[in-house]
Design a protein around this ligand. Sequence first.
Ligand code: ADP
Ligand code: MG
Length: 712
Amino acid sequence: MQLSDRLETISRLDENQKKALKKLNLFSVHDLLFHFPVRYSDISEVRQIAELVTGETATIYGKISKLKTKKGYHSKIPMGEGEVTDLSGKIKITWFHQAYLAKMLHDGESVKLTGKVTTGKNGIYLANPEFETTTNLPIDSHNTLFNKEGFSNAGFSFPFYQESRGVTSKWFYHTIEKILRGKTLDNLQDYLPSEILKKYNLPTLKTALIWIHKPKNKDDAEMARKRFAFEEVFFIQLERQHNKLEYRKNKSFLIQSDKNEIEKFLKRFPFSLTDSQEKSIETILSDMTRTFPMSRLLEGDVGSGKTAVAATAAYVAVQNHSQAGYMAPTEILATQHFESFIQYFKHLPINIGLITGSGCRKFPSKVDPTGWTNISRAQLLKWVSSGEISILIGTHSLIQKTVKFKNLALVVIDEQHRFGTTQRMKLVRKDKIAPHLLSMTATPIPRTLALTIYGDLDLSLLSEMPSGRKKIITEIIAPNQREKTYENIRIEMTRGRQMYVICPRIDEPDPEKELALNVKSAVAEAKRLKKEIFPEYEIGVLHSKMSKEKKEKVMQDFTNGKLNILCATSVVEVGVNVPNATIIIIEGAERFGLAQLHQLRGRVIRSNHQAYCYVFAEAKSEKTIQRLTALKKARNGFELAELDLSLRGSGELGGTKQWGISDIAMEAIKNLKMVEAARIEALRLITEDPELSKYPLLKSRAQEKTGEFHFE
Ligand code: ADP
Ligand code: MG
């Protein structure tokens, strides 16, 4: 058997299995080996069904089927029934008086059950078990990964894998065991340099693969996971460091700044800078005096004043007779920035351009020197390439090939989570001159994550808000305070303020699929509020499944006050700016990450009116309360992001979805030491051997994993 063998050649697969494997992106033996368990259980504590003994209270894991409800034959009491199957056998389960429990589960779901083993007329069954579904929770929480009841140092552990209809953990377990028993791994070479393995005491690839799928004990499994977590972060670091060096090989425009001139420019802002704005400007201007291009990330909460920093950098570029570009994620934002830049630069003899999908503009207009005018794209491009337009603001179209600058010295990239290497390389000119890059983001992320995904960027933080901002009053509302809270809100509403109501779901849950009947949906909540609570107000709905036109219409109606209340999903998280909306209700808050809650709350800090955030949570676990209290107390988004990371389980980190890194890498992100080690080693290798020519295996594995290496 070879690593490259296709799965159908080593195991007979039916159509369902083929489909399932395709869905999980598993095609070869190699793929399967790298499909890691998400959790383990230990048979010494979690019982196998075949071994259950009458009278004991036991926990079992298995698949549930034959669910039904009925009335007891003699007693007529309502009952729920089902059957649970694991590797060893099956057992009946019965809930007396609680028939509805059978309706909360669905045939085919994976469950963890704890109940009393009882003998009845028709054999043994598990009586009134507590249960938890595990199907859609690949790693249900960091704790259960190695949790006490599920795992101990003694004995063998049964791995649980991310499943798909057709392939179960049992299937993975047996198929992988077959591979491990063969000689496939014998000649497997490790791509990690052996000195790194030694230094950090990490198992070799072969050992780690065996340990992760078939650990003898908890320590082995943890060591294996540690190795794979380390390598993921290490690969990302290698790629980022390599690309950073690569970009730095280019030349840049030397930008000299004149302190007095800058002072004068800053005086024109209707406010004085915060300390962190000043510090960031200083660092950026000093970066720009170097002969190689800057790659810097400016991180600061919504409203921390990133635009002023960017405008100052643009001013200095323009003073040096070169050009600046400013890229925004949406047309609305690009247009807003165009208007602010006109205010900042109107006293100077320069032209400012705007380029978006819906047209181009130039300031100043010939006819009216205080205003802008529409111009054709062709005309704009001509003026950009001749250098007559000094500052060009736009959406992504700004970096298209057709846009040629005469001497582009600075590119500001606003709110683009990661401006990938490929995009960046497009900015390098034929003569190897590249612009200074300033990326900006309002998404506060923990330091370890920033070091990893932004490893190719230098970081500056805006850690404080401009003075005089009123702190949003955040209240965590107990269910019995709901009515009273609505009355308080009504007082604000009668003053003409507007409100967001954020719900975790778009629509009513599909009863076939969802257990979570308690979770509010935007559509239903809008109806309920109109009918029961705020009949006097106009209420709109906004969510991601609506057409672009509908969304825009609703936003417009909310912006100009036609709608008083907007019931929305978390789509309002970015870029929505309605200063008169000063109240936000967040329903089902336990379902959002802290950072996301913070972003949502940021929607109502747009004016001088006191803003309110009311947080409703259904679940009242210790953890939920801890998290929500953090939201109330934290001084800024970074503090919250750190807290969020430490409070969340690894399965809730959502690495792939949010940051484009795997869940196992997110486990590493929780560990500052590991991230720093990966960074130090990556930096060392790349400095010694920028193209990794001495490490061909490592290079190809890293390329495979990150897909973003850029070689000449
Ligand atoms: P963001 O960091 O979210 O991009 P902006 O740059 O849009 O924030 O700034 C938000 C608002 O705060 C703007 O109206 C801006 O003029 C104002 N502002 C920026 N810096 C300061 C400051 N130091 N003091 C007071 N207001 C400021
Ligand atoms: Mg901004």
